[in-house]
Design a binder for this molecule. Structure first.
Ligand SMILES: Cc1cc2nc3c(=O)[nH]c(=O)nc-3n(C[C@H](O)[C@H](O)[C@H](O)COP(=O)(O)O)c2cc1C
Length: 343
C-alpha cells in the first residue's frame, strides 16, 4: 500500500512539474526542454530522502559480494545523475549502491540544449539523450561527494570517469585515490558514451591500456561500461586481454544511439542529429548481452531497460550479479522497492 501511494505521489508530481514547465516554455515560444523539469525534480528529491515515508529496507537476505564490495540489494543506480543530493533518495528507497554520473578531468558543458527528451518507441515510453557528458569536473564532484550522506550509507558508490587520453584516465584515477573517500567505492570506466562522436576503445585510446594503467595505480574494483555497439568478437578480444587483471566487473551496456530521422522524430527534439535510447526498448538487447558475457566468469552489472521484478530476475538468472537502472528510476523510482520485494 505504501509503495503504491509513494509511487503515485512521485508519478503525479513528475507529471505536474513536466506539464507546468512545458506550458511555460510554449507560452514563451521556447523549445520543449525536459532538462528544466529535471532540475526542479532534483531539488525536490534532494529534500525528501530523510522523510520516513520514503525509507524502504533492502532485501532481508545476505548481501551480494562483488569484487570485495558488499551490495545489500542487487539493484544499483546506473551512472546518469550528477546531482549528488538526489542520489540519497534512491538509496533511501533501498538501492544497493549508486554510480555517480561520469566525471571528466575539467568542467565541460556538454552539448547545447535541448539534449534529453521523453519519447515513445512502439508505444513504450523511454528517453533519448544527447547530453555529451557535461561535468562540473572531477575535483568539484569529489568535494561534494566527500561531505554527502551518500557515503555514510556504507553502500558501494561507483565513480564513473571519462577521459580523452590515457593521461586523462591516470589523472582522474589519481584524483580519486587522493580524495580518500571514506566509504566503499569502485571506478567505472565509461568507454561507451554514444554522444561523443568517437569510440574509447579505438587505436588511440585502447581500453585494455586504460584498464591496465588504472590497475597499476589502484586496487579499487574497476567496472567496464561496455558499448552496445561492440561486436561479440570485439568484446572477446577485450575481455580475454584482461584475464590477468583482478577485480574487474562488466557493465553490460550504455544507451543505444539512434538518429532522430530514423526514429521519425522532429528535428527540434534534440539539438543534435541523434542520441542514446534508454529504457524498456533496449531490454531484450541487454538480456542477450548478459547471456554472452556470462561465459567470462566475471561479475556482471546488467544495465539497460530494466524496471520490473521480472526483468531483474531474467538478467540475474542469465548470470548478472547486479542490475543497473537509470530510466526506470526516472519514470518511477519505486521500481527499486518492487524489485527488492521479489528478491
Ligand atoms: C539522462 C541520462 C544521462 C546518462 N549519463 C550517463 C553518464 O554520464 N555515464 C554513463 O556511463 N552512462 C550514462 N547514461 C546511461 C545509463 O547509465 C545507462 O547505461 C542507460 O541509461 C541504460 O539504462 P536504462 O535503460 O536503465 O536507462 C545516461 C543515461 C541517461 C538517461
Amino acid at each position: 500500500m505504501r509503495i503504491d501511494i509513494g509511487s503515485g505521489v512521485y508519478r503525479a508530481t513528475r507529471w505536474a512539474i513536466t506539464g507546468i514547465v512545458y506550458t511555460f516554455q510554449r507560452l514563451f515560444g521556447r523549445e520543449y526542454d525536459l532538462e528544466s523539469a529535471i532540475h526542479i525534480g532534483d531539488a525536490l528529491l534532494a529534500r525528501c530522502h530523510t522523510w520516513r515515508f520514503f525509507k524502504h529496507p533492502c532485501p532481508n537476505r545476505a548481501p551480494i559480494t562483488v569484487c570485495g564490495l558488499s551490495f545489500p540489494s542487487p539493484v544499483t543506480i546506473a551512472a546518469f545523475k550528477a546531482d549528488i543530493p538526489s542520489l540519497n533518495f534512491w538509496l533511501a528507497l533501498g538501492a544497493g549502491g549508486v554510480c555517480v554520473k561520469t566525471m571528466r578531468l575539467h568542467p565541460a558543458s556538454g552539448n547545447p540544449r535541448p539534449r534529453v527528451a521523453e519519447i515513445s518507441i512502439r508505444n513504450t515510453r523511454c528517453l533519448i539523450n544527447a547530453l555529451g557528458l557535461p561535468s562540473d569536473g572531477i575535483d568539484t564532484t569529489l568535494q561534494t561527494l566527500k561531505t554527502s550522506p551518500v557515503l555514510s550509507t556504507g553502500r558501494p558508490i561507483g565513480l564513473s570517469i571519462y577521459g580523452e587520453s590515457l593521461a586523462d584516465y591516470t589523472a582522474l584515477t589519481q584524483r580519486i585515490i587522493d580524495a580518500q573517500l571514506p566509504g566503499p567505492h569502485y571506478i567505472e570506466l565509461n568507454s561507451s558514451c554514444p554522444n561523443l562522436g568517437h569510440d574509447t576503445n579505438d587505436s588511440t585510446t585502447s581500453l585494455v591500456d586504460i584498464v591496465n594503467a588504472v590497475r597499476a595505480l589502484t586496487a579499487l574494483p574497476i567496472s567496464l561500461k561496455l558499448s552496445p555497439m561492440w561486436s561479440n568478437h570485439t568484446l572477446d578480444i577485450l575481455i580475454s586481454s584482461l584475464s590477468d587483471c583482478p577485480d574487474i566487473m562488466l557493465n553490460s551496456g550504455n544507451s543505444h544511439y539512434q538518429t532522430l530521422d530514423a526514429l521519425g522524430l522532429n528535428t527540434h527534439t534534440l539539438s543534435m542529429p541523434g542520441g542514446g535510447i534508454t529504457g524498456t526498448p533496449i531490454f531484450e538487447s541487454t538480456l542477450a548481452r548478459v547471456k554472452t558475457l556470462s561465459r567470462y566468469q566475471l561479475p556482471i552489472i546488467a544495465t539497460g531497460g530494466i524496471s520490473t521484478p521480472e526483468q531483474a530476475r531474467a538478467v540475474l538468472n542469465a548470470g548478472a550479479s547486479l542490475v543497473g537502472i537509470a530510466t526506470g528510476v526516472v519514470f518511477d523510482p519505486y521500481c527499486i522497492v518492487r524489485i527488492n520485494h521479489h528478491e
